[in-house]
Ligand binder design. Structure first.
Ligand code: HEC
Length: 204
């Protein structure tokens, strides 16, 4: 009887080990999409807006804007996700970053292409620069820096902020409506702190 129990335990133990190994074997791999499967490389999407610029002075500013946009992860949040990574055919058309809560409402990255109705085509240069400097939206609301990291961009020089605007004006316009901001989350508290900072910035 003792022998029987011993063998039963050994067999059960082996089955557990085999089962665990099989479990490990069949876990699907983490789905990392290779960059080659993207619609196009980011560098290509970043470069495209410069092609149509004829005026050399404007081109130099836009080049500078491209460099800043490329290194500030604007596209990571502002380019919509496709089925194969970021959809660079709709470069900077918004919606790449969203937080939607049943209770708190939603914050969604906005369309930065020059489309007049759904993008920033109708915003003035000063309005866009103000977003980058103080996080103040065109309607006076202070954007939560948790979502739109304007604290970082605030440190850009005025010329650099203007260069970003010049670059954005040449991005391919894409009609892509983003729902209005509607959050009432605890992050608002952070917005209030940000508001103090923005107030300070506005004085300058
Ligand atoms: C971490 C994500 C993230 C990054 C990085 C980011 N943004 Fe944003 N941005 C957002 C979100 C989210 C909003 C909308 C916030 C809101 O409505 O409160 C926004 C809003 C904006 C707006 C306001 C658009 C409008 O309709 O008036 C501008 C302009 C903007 N971003 C420009 C930029 C630029 C330029 C960069 C890079 C230098 C950048 N953003 C980087 C997330 C991001």
């Amino acid at each position: 009887m003792k022998k029987f129990l011993k063998w039963t335990a050994i067999v059960a133990g082996c089955l557990v080990v085999i089962g665990f190994l099989a479990f490990l074997y069949f876990i699907p791999p983490l789905t990392m999409i290779p960059q080659t499967a993207f619609t196009q490389p980011l560098a290509q999407a970043l470069e495209a807006p410069l092609k149509s610029i004829k005026d050399p002075a404007e081109k130099i500013l836009a080049e500078r804007g491209k460099m800043i946009v490329g290194r500030s992860a604007c596209s990571d949040c502002h380019t919509p996700q496709g089925s194969q990574g970021p959809n660079y055919n709709e470069f900077l058309a918004g919606g790449g970053m969203k937080d939607e809560f049943k209770l708190y409402g939603s914050v969604i990255s906005r369309n930065l292409t020059p489309d007049k109705e759904t993008g920033i085509g109708a915003r003035t240069d000063a309005e866009i620069i103000r977003v980058l400097r103080s996080g103040v939206s065109h309607d006076g609301r202070v954007m939560t820096p948790v979502y739109m990291p304007w604290f970082d961009f605030s440190n850009l020089t005025d010329e650099d902020k203007y260069a970003v605007v010049v670059y954005l004006r040449h991005v391919k316009p894409v009609r892509h409506k983003i729902p209005e901001y509607s959050s009432h989350s605890d992050f608002e508290i952070l917005s209030e702190t940000a508001g103090d900072y923005a107030e300070h910035q506005r004085a300058h």
